[in-house]
Design a protein around this ligand. Sequence first.
Ligand SMILES: [Zn+2]
Length: 432
Amino acid sequence: MTSSSWEPSVEGLSGSELAALSFERLKATLRYVYEKSPFYRRRFRDLGGDARNLSAPEDLELIPFTSKEDLRNNASSEVFAVPESDLVRVHMSSGTTGAPIVVGYTQRDIQTWSNLMARSLSAYGMTRNDIVQVAYGYGLFTGGLGFHYGAERVGAMVIPTSTGMTTRQIEIMQRARTTVLCCTPSYALYIGEKITQMGVDPRRDLSLRFGVFGAEPWSEGTRKRIEEYLGLVAYDHYGLTEMSGPGVAVECQERNGLHVWTDHFYPEVVDPKTGESLESGERGELVLTTLSREATPLVRLRTGDITSLETGRCECGRSFPRITRIHGRTDDMLKVKGTIVYPRQIEEVILDLPDVGNAWEMVVERKVGRMDSLTLRAEAASANVDIPSLRKELVEKLRQKLFLRVKVEILEVGDLPRFEGKARRVIDLREL
Ligand SMILES: [Zn+2]
């Protein structure tokens, strides 16, 4: 690890030095939001005002969570800690329900975010010699601009293709000798399929070294497929718009969980039902507090992402604690006949089977007076697949994994939609 011009040697700090730095910033954040954010001042006053003073990190548990609903239901001017004239940019989270959440950035927030993205991309091994194709969407979504600014800060050359126009995307990749691809894992799979159709051999015709894939939970099976298709090393990445965007946690080259940048984000994992803090290693909902943001500081945001915290040193030498790869989101969690199902669990089963293609979706239905039914619609990988036996195998594997009877429909290649950004995997047709 080398320290770089965008950052002093934070990455070399020991676990206790890092914890001390994180705690100092946590205390400063609580004082800052009390002084500057009308929303938090009201909240903390209701608690008697003591919320500004923590004597130990555990005291944070006494402070209420911030939910995404809180951010939707309060005007941004209430949540923001700076006057509007100090903002230089806003992004919005897409949110499947309700109004979008507006996140603001000051000049310094953009700097901090770019530096964190540069640190993240360097952890994957990016250098100034890389040619980086950013195929995340540019716009209100934070993926495109987040990766763009970070890669530029590293000194690499960025090709801002954004999503879409996949054939051209691949031609550019060939001609410019792109070495790093950044996009959602669903889009990486789609690009992979297209590459095969075009007769491009990734190992002969492309120069990709590695890819950074985030913004949706994805399985090890998907990782294997992407690596096979694109001839690169596939890394996971974690972030969310409410925390600036990408750049919250990264998989190092050991690929054994994602290091959380705890000098900028304070992580906790809680029981999603009771809100009680969980021990490290226990799976629950990730809760994050920003430690360096000026415009939109957030305290104990419920992210909706299911993971666990792992402490202990990593082979890479970093002391930053790790989260395990995201298991699912409370937003796309399905309750079918009393059983909780996350799309990633389905993905783990099906993408391990070479006879199943890359596209799939789940349909949940409930006819009035009947029980819920869950149907998996997946594509066969080719015309040579024995469909009845594949269907049987899938029904059995899903029953073992989910303890649930899932109907399986096998379709032909190309029957299901492809996604250039985040994939839509769940179609809920339940009648109320
Ligand atoms: Zn590591």
